[in-house]
Design a binder for this molecule. Sequence first.
Ligand code: ITT
Length: 203
Amino acid sequence: MNEINRLVIATGNTHKTEEIRKLLGPYIKIIEDLKSYPEIGEIDETGLNFEENASLKAFAVGEFLGENSLVLSDDSGLEVSALSGEPGVFSARYAGENASDDENRKKLLRKLNEIDSDMSDWSASFKCVMTLVKGSDKLATFEGSVQGTICDEERGENGFGYDSIFIPEGYENTFAELPSETKNSISHRYQALEAFKKWLSEA
Ligand code: ITT
């Protein structure tokens, strides 16, 4: 694999950074995120899909840091079949612009119960799209997804976001109950990062 010294993750979500650090740590010496660059400020996520938002975030940071910085963004979210793919790109702000993870999960469970109270199809998938840029050049896009089912009550303390109500296919526990090592060996983010590592090894 090609050596990379420093990678900036275009995220302010420290949970994402933590997962990415666990998976890329052995390969990249310095992994920073936007906490190290408060001057960049909020990036408007006006895209209509994960790809567009991943590009917006990567370019905002890449153009700010310049052509010597390698920047990787992560746009991700949960798509629920019975809700026609909601919350999708609105996952982080499903219950409102500044909603907490807890409020977003409660809204999702309320809507699912309204629409499908006998739980005939509570299937869902997490999606992740990552864009890699150097300055204002797009180098590549990586994707990952993991299929599962929404659980009718919150279970577990690990993780973040919708982890406590998502049971990945093949398991009986939510991502928040499973050890982080398990989530990080099957998740949407893991899969996108595997594609990134493959790209690095071929670049
Ligand atoms: P940045 O834009 O700064 O990266 P963000 O949290 O706003 O942070 P997104 O716009 O990509 O990021 O929204 C992702 C939301 O989707 C996140 O806040 C969670 O609610 C949910 N999500 C994504 N990946 C998740 C995961 O691995 N586990 C649980 N929820 C996840």
